[in-house]
Design a protein around this ligand. Sequence first.
Ligand code: NYM
Length: 212
Amino acid sequence: NNLSSDSRGALIVLEGLDRCGKTTQSSRLLSYLEELGHTVESWRFPDRTTNVGQMISSYLANKSHLDDHTIHLLFSANRWEKRSLMESKLKSGTTLIIDRYSYSGVAFSSAKGLNMEWCKAPEIGLLAPDLVLYLDISPENAAERGGYGEERYEKLEFQKKVAQSYKTLRDASWKIIDATLPIEDVEKQVRETVLNCVEACVKGKPLSELWL
Ligand code: NYM
């Protein structure tokens, strides 16, 4: 096999509305890549284990209140505190599967009415994903999936705005997948797209930074 030690890992991001199935697909993808012999890790943002992550977690649980700009910058800081580890993992050949990233940051904050360019600015210089898998589901459809939880943002009206924001963020790294298909069909598309992406990275596709 051609996984030589000097080839880098791929940065793969899953995005979508709450309840779109990201978490299920990222764990299935992790097992699949492991079975193929790849070195791979599954991460998620917010990373609630850090100090910043704990502030975010308390905000999401409605246990604290923060200005919209402040929480936006905390989400971004939470990615920045992982940036160097992310870069060294990728360069040493580890593929990272990440559940939510800068696109969530911009989509959720701009859905509150914050200026989109302002929202994108603190993300400049973070590593750009090689592939964004967008699990596409209508807000109504997502809401029917067992209902939303108690967390902030898990409301139909708000998710509609988030869906609109996501649409304006699409770029060439995005693959839109119909998340209303049966889990196995979604998984099949995820696998195909990811294998192409991993291969491109092995062959020397350079790492780049946001925004592309
Ligand atoms: N979220 C997530 C943001 O508002 N900004 C961000 O930068 C990120 C990464 O946090 N409703 C929102 C989206 C989710 C919530 O995410 C928690 P999860 O995947 O449910 O743990």
